[in-house]
Write a protein that binds this ligand. Structure first.
Ligand SMILES: *[C@@H]1O[C@H](CO)[C@@H](O)[C@H](O)[C@H]1NC(C)=O
Ligand SMILES: *[C@@H]1O[C@H](CO)[C@@H](O)[C@H](O)[C@H]1NC(C)=O
Ligand SMILES: *[C@@H]1O[C@H](CO)[C@@H](O)[C@H](O)[C@H]1NC(C)=O
Ligand SMILES: *[C@@H]1O[C@H](CO)[C@@H](O)[C@H](O)[C@H]1NC(C)=O
Ligand SMILES: *[C@@H]1O[C@H](CO)[C@@H](O)[C@H](O)[C@H]1NC(C)=O
Ligand SMILES: *[C@@H]1O[C@H](CO)[C@@H](O)[C@H](O)[C@H]1NC(C)=O
Ligand SMILES: *[C@@H]1O[C@H](CO)[C@@H](O)[C@H](O)[C@H]1NC(C)=O
Length: 314
């Protein structure tokens, strides 16, 4: 009984400590300062978030009030035990302005999830300080009008999901940054890099991607050179989208029986000749798009093996 009482008291004080811990309120002022570095403008989110993506944008930070507990603010998630901010979702939140490299956001070292998708950071570079978020396992900077990826993103070696997709090839990444990313992100399952400008990169840098990979999307990246064929054999890969890379060499296409691909999209690509017989090895395939390519010849009989197929676009 005594030990039970003691334990209860201990938990009670732990809870009190957590509620009032200085690290907690410190995080709240960091968040306020971060929010204050931007102006709030509907057009920073509307076109890409509401109009194209069909999501609902609104200024989440408008409900943030200084002096209240930030763990209850819209978009903020804390760890219950010690009130560390562990997740921040400000996607589609009308944030507009240059992203400061000295922002107090970088004072939240416990962040595990960060989503700033669909805001307008006015062509600023992604600050190299993002490399400090070494606890991050989810990072989403899609459609944010950033202009350059620093090599330090490769320090985020715990990332399970990385989305840097954009449009019009505004965001550039160089060979070294990409090499580091492929080398260090050994846990990554979802990698979305659509419409990044990779015109200075040989597709062969993707050769050693993690075997944990489930989804890889490289639409419209202007990839050059030969695509590493071992990607098709990654045992956990469900989704592969390589559409719109007209300089990418994919010949000869060959698929392995061990593949678990469910969605394969290689439209607007430079594939010559006919479909390979080995297409029939992709028995998990549900969604197949090979449109606007230079395919010719007969559709192989083996395509009849793809019993799960629900969408076929040739
Ligand atoms: C956006 O970028 C332009 C050009 O670099 C700059 O002149 C302008 O001040 C920036 N606007 C904001 C709100 O940061
Ligand atoms: C960041 O740097 C700018 C000047 O470059 C300064 O005005 C601003 O106060 C700094 N912000 C913080 C949070 O240190
Ligand atoms: C990134 O965030 C946007 C907006 O919330 C969402 O639609 C998209 O699916 C996210 N990407 C990933 C890989 O989670
Ligand atoms: C891999 O990540 C570690 C720290 O997380 C970093 O020190 C190292 O430089 C990174 N390597 C590459 C190639 O980026
Ligand atoms: C892939 O890994 C192998 C073995 O570690 C290495 O020899 C090769 O250079 C790497 N290739 C790329 C493109 O990083
Ligand atoms: C099929 O892929 C597996 C890895 O998933 C690999 O070990 C095997 O060598 C591949 N087979 C062929 C014929 O390429
Ligand atoms: C298809 O082939 C034609 C003629 O060989 C070539 O001009 C064209 O660029 C090719 N298209 C693609 C998408 O590779």
């Amino acid at each position: 009984m005594a030990s039970y009482l003691f334990l209860s008291l201990f938990l009670f004080f732990l809870h009190l400590y957590a509620s009032f811990s200085s690290s907690g309120s410190h995080s709240c002022s960091s968040l306020i300062q971060f929010k204050d570095s931007f102006s709030i403008r509907e057009d920073a989110s509307f076109d890409h978030c509401d109009y194209f993506a069909g999501l609902k944008s609104y200024p989440k930070t408008n409900s943030w009030k200084e002096g209240t507990d930030c763990c209850s603010w819209d978009g903020v998630t804390c760890d219950h035990l010690n009130a560390h901010v562990i997740a921040l979702d400000l996607s589609c939140s009308w944030l507009y302005g240059n992203f400061p490299s000295n922002t107090t956001l970088f004072l939240l070292p416990h962040l595990q999830k960060l989503n700033l998708a669909y805001n307008d950071f006015n062509f600023s570079k992604i600050p190299s300080e993002f490399g400090r978020f070494t606890s991050l396992f989810y990072l989403n900077l899609s459609n944010t009008w950033f202009s350059e990826v620093p090599s330090q993103v490769s320090h985020l070696s715990k990332l399970v999901s990385l989305d840097l997709s954009g449009f019009d090839e505004l965001l550039t990444i160089d060979k070294y940054a990409l090499e580091g990313l492929v080398h260090n992100l050994t846990e990554v399952r979802r990698l979305f890099l659509d419409e990044m400008d990779m015109s200075s990169v040989n597709a062969h840098v993707f050769m050693n991607l993690s075997s944990s990979l489930r989804s890889l999307s490289l639409v419209g990246c202007d990839l050059q050179g030969k695509f590493p064929k071992n990607i098709f054999d990654l045992p956990n890969l469900n989704l592969l989208n390589l559409g719109g890379n007209q300089n990418l060499n994919l010949d000869p296409l060959k698929f392995n029986r061990s593949s678990n691909l469910e969605q394969l999209i290689i439209s607007d690509a430079n594939i010559c000749g006919g479909l390979p017989d080995s297409m029939g090895n992709l028995v998990s395939l549900k969604f197949l798009v090979l449109s606007h390519s230079n395919l010719s010849g007969l559709v192989p009989r083996s395509l009849g093996n793809l019993l799960k197929l629900t969408h076929l676009d040739l």
